[in-house]
Design a protein around this ligand. Structure first.
Ligand SMILES: Cc1cc2nc3c(=O)[nH]c(=O)nc-3n(C[C@H](O)[C@H](O)[C@H](O)COP(=O)(O)OP(=O)(O)OC[C@H]3O[C@@H](n4cnc5c(N)ncnc54)[C@H](O)[C@@H]3O)c2cc1C
Length: 299
């Protein structure tokens, strides 16, 4: 919906809309609207919109491809930023160094690097998302994670100050980083030269593994829970007899118990209830407290 004047974002109507449904921007395709959806086309527009959020005390959210996200049915009473415009989707190669904007689709990036004969991000095969979301989550798995090849990350604080974090002070841990700035604007990644056929063969192997073990052709948000140290959340859920458990139109995947699949008509509430039940049952059975990997909005 277009903005009306005298709003906190008056004058920014070209890239700010109000009460915009978020479901279509998430992998799950469920969830309510954002009070404001902001799609800046430059750093200056981002700075101006962020400044208005601080001034009006509007909570800031940043959305990538929504592949690790569950938005509540009531939506988000805040400003949701998306780096979907051309400016944030640029890719540049300088020798074996790759610079990518935060809005770059990781799967497209992987294909580009293979074509260029540069290896290093094959572990991202089958992981949907943007570079910004990937860095924020330090996405990856048994084949490696993005943090191991990232050398710098450009970020912006809520006051509009842009700065670059380097490898020396960046910490990438299991599905998290030490980046606290709300906006990741881009990253540089160090790759290695290799025969494209070999990179492609390895990528295909990883992709096949994912296809065989994850319910990829369903609506889901990847793993719902983090693996507790030394344990597998999926195995714990399976051992609790919860595969195929259903609440409304949300179902624990029979293929991978750490995935909750949304069937047609599913609501976020269905998923949240199922998350709650899984946590309770796994605790009863194994005395392990599962921690969510999926980000749930509002925070
Ligand atoms: C089928 C499927 C398979 C998956 N497999 C894996 C897997 O194997 N390994 C794995 O790690 N994950 C996996 N995931 C989860 C998901 O793909 C990753 O977490 C991915 O990094 C999410 O990126 P995104 O751009 O969609 O981020 P979103 O889901 O949109 O956001 C995730 C978090 O990142 C933040 N964020 C996003 N962009 C920015 C930005 N520019 N600046 C600051 N913060 C930002 C958001 O605020 C949010 O907190 C899978 C998901 C699906 C649907």
């Amino acid at each position: 919906m277009q903005l009306v004047s005298n709003q906190p974002f008056a004058g920014l109507e070209e890239f700010v809309v109000e009460n915009e449904p978020l479901a279509r921007f998430t992998w799950y395709k469920i969830g309510g609207p954002a009070r404001y959806l902001i799609r800046p086309r430059s750093v200056e527009e981002l700075q101006e919109a962020a400044r208005r959020c601080v001034e009006a005390n509007i909570p800031i959210y940043v959305l990538g491809l929504g592949a690790n996200l569950l938005v509540a049915d009531r939506g988000v009473d805040g400003a949701v930023f998306r780096f979907s415009e051309e400016y944030w989707r640029q890719i540049a190669f300088n020798g074996t160094t790759l610079t990518a904007g935060s809005g770059v689709d990781m799967q497209k990036l992987l294909v580009r690097t293979i074509r260029e004969g540069l290896s290093g991000i094959e572990s991202l095969a089958g992981i949907p998302g943007t570079v910004g979301g990937g860095v924020r989550m330090n996405c990856g798995g048994k084949f490696g994670d993005i943090g191991s090849v990232v050398s710098t990350v450009t970020v912006m604080d809520p006051h509009g100050q842009v700065f670059t974090r380097t490898k020396e002070d960046l910490v990438f841990d299991y599905r998290k980083t030490n980046i606290v700035a709300p906006f990741i604007l881009g990253a540089t990644i160090e790759l290695e030269e290799e025969d494209p056929h070999q990179i492609m063969a390895r990528t295909k192997e990883i992709w096949m593994y994912k296809r065989n073990t994850q319910p990829l052709n369903t609506k889901n948000c990847g793993c719902i829970f983090k693996n507790p140290r030394g344990l597998s959340a999926g195995a714990l859920i399976d051992q609790s007899g919860l595969k195929a458990l259903r609440v409304g139109q949300a179902e624990v995947s029979s293929k991978h118990a750490n995935f909750i699949v949304a069937h047609p008509g599913c609501t976020s509430e269905d998923v949240l209830k199922l998350v709650h039940i899984i946590k309770e049952r796994v605790f009863e059975k194994s005395q392990v407290v599962l921690e969510s990997e999926v980000k749930i909005w509002p925070i």
